[in-house]
Ligand binder design. Sequence first.
Ligand SMILES: [Co+2]
Length: 197
Amino acid sequence: MEARVKALETILVDKGLVDPAALDAIIDTYETKIGPRNGARVVAKAWADPAYAARLKADATAAIAELGFTGRQGEHMVAVFNDAETHHLVVCTLCSCYPWSVLGLPPVWYKSAPYRSRAVLDPRGVLAEFGLVLDPAVQVRIWDSTAEIRYLVIPQRPAGTEGWSEEALADLVTRDAMIGTGVALVPDSLRAGVALP
Ligand SMILES: [Co+2]
């Protein structure tokens, strides 16, 4: 695969169709400048601001663009909200479609054949391998990303975070929680039952 990509790149560069420096700039942007913190800000705002959550539900592309997150691989976004009854999980069964504008580049496992097939065939088994064991009563819904639509999971807000700033809330939102292979972090202070300042 690597050799085929290299061969294709060489042809495109030779024909003057792509500029290697431009390719490097794009890759660097998504590798180092755009990452899952963008998505975490979207989730935190949805938790803190019900009107924003409603806009996100109605038109995720526009609501995410309000925060300035637009661009490649994020043109048509759909936000799916976890609740007490339903847990959402995102996969691309065909390849590796992923919402770059909010999560950056996909992790290696997201692109692997075992994840792509098993997320559909045995989602609870896959989730357990990520350390996430759901109540059997919770329904798991799988969303298959495509070149046209990219999904962002909005995890449930951890209990006891009422009144937290969006910045503090965003720290609880992991990349995996936004793919659905995890849930939002529970702050240690909450776990220990210690009152927060
Ligand atoms: Co794909």
